[in-house]
Design a protein around this ligand. Structure first.
Ligand SMILES: [Zn+2]
Length: 522
């Protein structure tokens, strides 16, 4: 039966993306997460490009991967050389991976203008490089760069490249839309015109410059491809690569392929967020399947329907991909919304005191400027307080901050605070640039010795919104903080006329949320 191989290139093509970079340690951790997800192949990088890339392969040899094969990336030999003596091909062997992937030219204009050689030598370079690597016992994948443009320009030559690579022994031939300009209908027509029966496995590699990389990948599979490449969160050069976070659930849930990944599909959302944290990128809330908005609904009628049958409003069950349904809270929040939200903690009746109390608390809070749509963690604490499932982490006695700046030195803030925690009185002090950073550091200074998990928590985003700018002097501000322990990410909110106090509130909520959800439950 036909199956589809999932090939990840986050650590190579994904790294070409704007603002994306990973340390060696990040790359190794991501590779293990991809392995746990059941990804078949993980492209680790270009071993010839720098020492960090070569070190990745060296480290991978010492580690065990359950399912995934690590792949070294390179290119065909240079014109006029022999693959056996070429630095590019040698670097691939030095990576000591079972599988290697090499990229070669398919578009005549690229052969002549970029490589500066003729079309026959290009074919010789492809044949020589593939057969040399095969002779060294490697599984060899061949990326046909600019395949679709090359095909449109000169189909005969593009087919000769395919045939040459097949005859040289390549195990999989990957047709690449390197500049991302091809539309799904063209992918369908071109792949259907290929002599697939006479070729080894066919794969697809798409970029998102037309916003159609995922669609192109699915069309390629329908037309006969059995290997698909992409990156987590769709990162990559320019507009990115095909997004595996959308391809994977589509392939597993809607097309019925990739059983190994299907088994681990519940880890997809956490994989997406894990990779985002490692890249220090804010996860895209509107990403299909894995974004926080993917299964979110405004309160009111929608939520009422959902409570009756989710199938009427959602295309899949959020839990299948490890995501969660979110009922967005607003002043319109109906009681059924609250009941649905409460389902995590137990079964509550619409008429119960808890539901009535929460409705009132929410209305009051929203009037003061709080918003819980993007602050689920603060909402969780409100619920816990209402149902008696809340354990306070700390009680503030006082904090004191002093910011100063001189004509010679930049601004600095000194702070100290006194708290009670676990019935002990404790004190913390810190020096930072701004007041929020200083408060955070002082809090950690006070609590750190008694709560070692705090070192796992980092603040990944901080946003401030002025609520009534027309009265700037007495304006209220709303602060959102996003925190992470590199596995989970959560948002908290604080509101006050004083930005420091609003930040303090969101900071304390962040730590208390973690304490109640991940520490007290252990
Ligand atoms: Zn690419």
């Amino acid at each position: 039966m036909k199956d589809v191989v999932i090939y990840d290139t986050t650590l190579r093509d994904g790294m070409q993306g704007l603002e994306i970079s990973f340390t060696l340690d990040d790359k190794l951790k991501i590779a293990h997460k991809l392995d746990e997800m059941g990804i078949d192949y993980i492209e680790g990088g270009f071993p010839l490009s720098n020492e960090k890339e070569a070190a990745f392969f060296e480290q991978c040899r010492k580690e065990t991967f359950r399912h995934a094969k690590i792949v070294a990336f390179g290119s065909t030999r240079r014109p006029g050389t022999k693959a056996a003596n070429d630095a590019h091909t040698r670097a691939l062997l030095d990576a000591e991976t079972e599988t290697v992937i090499i990229v070669g030219k398919t578009w005549k204009a690229h052969v002549e203008k970029v490589l500066g050689t003729d079309v026959e030598e290009n074919l010789a370079m492809i044949a020589d490089s593939i057969s040399f690597l095969k002779g060294e016992g490697r599984e060899v994948f061949f990326d046909l760069e600019h395949f679709f443009d090359g095909y449109k320009d000169d189909a005969g030559y593009a087919l000769r490249v395919l045939q040459t690579a097949a005859e040289a022994g390549a195990d999989t031939l990957i047709v690449c839309d390197t500049n991302g300009g091809t539309l799904p209908s063209e992918v369908d027509t071109i792949i259907n015109a290929l002599p697939i029966e006479s070729l080894p496995k066919l794969g697809g590699h798409f970029h998102n410059d037309c916003g159609t990389a995922v669609a192109n990948s699915l069309v390629a599979i329908e037309a006969g491809a059995t290997h698909i490449q992409g990156t987590i969160n769709g990162w990559g050069e320019r507009c990115g690569n095909a997004n595996l976070c959308a391809i994977i659930p589509n392939v597993c849930l809607k097309m019925g392929y990739a059983p190994e990944v299907r088994k681990n599909l519940v880890h997809l959302t956490s994989l997406s967020r894990f990779v985002a944290e490692k890249a220090n990128m804010i996860p895209d809330k509107r990403q299909p399947y894995v974004g926080v908005a993917a299964f979110s609904h405004k309160a009111g009628q929608h939520a009422d329907v959902l409570a009756k049958a989710s199938i009427l409003m959602e295309h899949i069950d959020a839990a299948e991909v490890g995501n969660q349904r979110q009922i967005l809270l607003s002043e319109l929040a109906g009681k059924s919304t609250i009941v649905d939200k409460l389902a995590r903690y137990g079964s509550f009746d619409k008429k119960s005191d808890v539901v009535n109390t929460l409705v009132k608390v929410l209305k009051d809070r929203e009037r003061e400027g709080y918003e819980y749509e993007a602050a689920e963690a603060s909402f969780d604490l409100l619920v816990r307080k209402a149902i008696g499932m809340y354990t306070p982490l700390l009680t503030l006695k006082n904090y004191h901050l002093e910011s100063f700046k001189t004509s010679e030195t930049p601004s600095k803030t000194v702070g100290r605070l006194f708290l009670t925690s676990d019935s002990k009185e404790i004190m913390g002090a810190a020096v930072g640039v701004g007041p929020v950073e200083t408060l955070d550091a002082a809090l950690r200074d006070a609590l750190g010795p008694h709560h070692d998990y705090l070192s796992l928590i980092t603040l990944t985003d901080y946003r401030v919104r002025v609520l009534n700018p027309e009265n700037a002097a007495a304006a209220r501000v709303r602060v959102f903080i996003t925190s992470s322990d590199h596995e989970h990410s959560w948002d908290t909110v604080g509101v006050n006329e004083n930005i420091v106090e609003a930040s303090w509130e969101a900071l304390v909520d962040s730590l208390e949320y973690y304490y109640n959800n991940f520490v007290m439950t252990k």
